[in-house]
Design a protein around this ligand. Structure first.
Ligand SMILES: [Zn+2]
Length: 256
């Protein structure tokens, strides 16, 4: 009875094309801008790419309900789509590096994946490991999420080759880094210890590099990954809008 009523109600009163957070399933009236702290640090240190990030929607950055960032919302949506399309399977072994709190909580609550988290620093992670030298045997995981980790480690090449090694053949991963639209080549300096210089060059005091699109894709392919780039044309402009994403956002899915 209730179901019939709801169907009739939504037929005559379709829900507005509103904002949606796929991490916590809420429909906020607005997303929250990126913290002023970053804007201020970038201004102070003369970081030139403030608004040139491929993702990082400055005005619609986080979900007011769960705190998920724009990129986390895109990961959650894509994962839900994969479950619906049966391209991932119940019990698939998923490892989540530097786990974003809300996304991690939701993935555990889903009770779909055989889920584990990993991080070098976080005491609450299931595995305290160095991503450039992991204690896992080869081909252990069906899937990984590794978002905004590679810009922090001394050797992103070592980390990528480790991610490739622990993934099963045919396994996939969400592998994301900060990319500057229009930057010709990735820039890095792992010897730089000066916080102010790191803010100026790489946009954060614990970043050792910043990526250019082509260099990033080439690097992933060099280590053996096939790279899918899922953009606004793939998801649809309306979906991007309802998730509060920048039109330039790209989801990088790697396959071994
Ligand atoms: Zn949310």
């Amino acid at each position: 009875m209730l179901k019939q009523w709801l169907n009739r109600f939504f037929k005559t009163n379709p829900p507005p094309a509103d904002l949606y957070c796929p991490v916590c399933n809420s429909h906020p009236t607005a997303f929250v801008p990126l913290s002023e702290h970053y804007i201020e640090q970038w201004r102070q240190h003369g970081f030139p790419y403030t608004d040139a990030g491929e993702m990082t929607a400055l005005e619609t950055y986080s979900c007011p309900a769960c705190g998920a960032s724009d990129r986390e919302r895109l990961y959650a949506l894509w994962i839900k789509q994969q479950i619906a399309e049966k391209t991932v399977f119940e019990g698939d072994r998923l490892i989540h590096f530097a786990p974003e709190a809300c996304l991690s909580k939701q993935l555990r609550a889903l009770n779909f994946f055989d889920y584990a988290s990993a991080d070098l620093m976080m005491a609450e992670a299931d595995h305290q490991i160095d991503i450039t030298d992991m204690l896992f045997a080869d081909e252990q995981f069906d899937f990984f999420i590794c978002s905004h980790v590679l810009e922090h480690v001394d050797s992103d090449d070592k980390a990528i080759s480790e991610l490739y090694r622990i993934l099963k053949t045919g396994g996939r991963g969400i592998l994301m880094v900060p990319i500057v639209v229009g930057l010709e080549h990735s820039q890095e300096d792992i010897t730089l210890n000066d916080a102010a210089e790191r803010w100026r060059l790489f946009g954060q005091d614990d970043h050792l590099r910043i990526y250019a699109h082509d260099d990033y894709v080439n690097k992933l392919q060099y280590h053996g990954f096939a790279v899918e780039q899922l953009d606004q044309a793939y998801f649809g402009a309306e979906v991007f809008q309802s998730l509060g994403l920048k039109p330039t956002s790209i989801l990088y899915i790697v396959t071994k």
